[in-house]
Design a protein around this ligand. Structure first.
Ligand code: DAH
Length: 339
């Protein structure tokens, strides 16, 4: 590098140092020119190959350059730091930074809406623990000892004891009936746990909302009316529902309730796996054997119960075809479906 090239480089370095906005920028300039692999040490190494007449001038100028740049960087660093400490670097005319408000997670939003619809029908909300006893999760719900749902594969047992992570919100029915006499009209939203392998429609940890109504003369048509009303309130007038006969140990008769697919309006899509329907709830008339367990008079009272999958409701309401999207917390997704 000859003398004029060195001078040009010096000018550039000064411009870069002055343009530096932060301590990191200043450090980058220092490394570029003065660092071990920087421009200046390279110039020093080249000195030997220069003509002796040029060597002295270039050497001297390079040394001056080193001092000047060091001084400039030090001064500028000190001044910037003082400036911000004294508030001088703060420009109060700049517009403020906008902080985005979070949204309510779709699972929470659907729980809120569901609860509020049932509240408007006279239901109250009750709650139960995630860790349950075998008795309330199974035995009191008339589920025999060797029922497949009790398998190691389905239930997270806790230790050797009779404790487990509840596989359904139904044990809250037992808790409610143990502590109150009819009439009883409750919904209970909450988390459930099953040893399911996660895929597009299953998760080991999901949410249900349970419903229970016990009184004199409660009938299956009351249940159908309430679920049909709920479906329309949540999804809109154009939803249809259908009931299919089914079996649950704690209800007799038992049904499964499907909603028509809100996404494709029944013509078939990914969300409903081309069937036009989505299975939303299990339900039925409370089996008298469950009433016996909690000491209710089976001659006097009848009742209906239902349990709905919250994630299913979210998926059909918002057109989500993979349940895992509800747990990934990808902000792009949450902003789209959140409220
Ligand atoms: N607990 C059932 C399940 O997780 C759903 C269910 C079915 C709940 C029938 C009920 C009912 O209350 O009556 O599959």
């Amino acid at each position: 590098m000859n003398l004029s090239e060195l001078k040009t480089m010096m000018d550039e370095a000064v411009v870069e140092a002055n343009a530096a906005m932060t301590n990191e920028d200043l450090e980058a300039v220092r490394i570029k020119y003065l660092g071990r692999k920087g421009v200046l040490p390279a110039v020093m190494k080249e000195l030997r190959s220069l003509e002796p007449s040029e060597r002295a001038d270039v050497g001297k100028t390079a040394n001056e350059f080193k001092q000047t740049l060091n001084k400039l960087l030090d001064e500028k660093g000190r001044k910037d730091n003082e400036g911000s400490a004294a508030g001088e670097g703060f420009d109060c005319t700049l517009p403020g930074r906008w902080h985005r408000l979070g949204t309510i997670h779709p699972v929470s939003a659907v729980i809120e809406q569901t609860v509020s619809i049932f509240r408007s029908l006279g239901f109250t909300v009750s709650d139960g623990p995630d860790i349950e006893t075998r008795y309330r999760n199974y035995t009191a719900l008339n589920t025999p000892e060797h029922h497949p749902s009790m398998d190691e594969q389905d239930t997270f047992w806790i230790g050797e004891d009779d404790l487990l992570l509840r596989t359904q919100t139904s044990p809250v029915q037992i808790r409610a009936m143990e502590s109150c006499q009819p009439p009883i009209r409750i919904v209970t939203p909450g988390r459930c746990y099953r040893r399911d392998t996660t895929d597009a429609t299953h998760s080991a940890n999901f949410h249900q909302i349970e419903g229970l109504y016990v009184d004199r003369k409660v009938s299956l048509s009351d249940l159908k009316g309430v679920l049909a009303y709920f479906a329309k309130e949540l999804m809109g007038e154009d939803v249809s529902i259908r009931f299919r006969p089914h079996f649950f140990p704690f209800t007799e008769p038992s049904v499964e309730c499907d909603f028509s697919c809100h996404v494709c309006k029944g013509s078939g899509c990914r969300v409903c796996k081309n069937s036009g329907w989505i299975e939303i709830a299990g339900a039925g008339m409370v089996d008298p054997r469950v009433f016996e367990k909690v000491g209710y008079d089976t001659e006097k009272y009848t009742g209906y119960a239902f349990g709905m999958g919250i994630e299913r409701l979210v998926m059909v309401k918002y057109g989500v075809s993979d349940i895992r999207m509800l747990y990934d917390n990808d902000l792009r997704f949450l902003k789209q479906v959140g409220r």
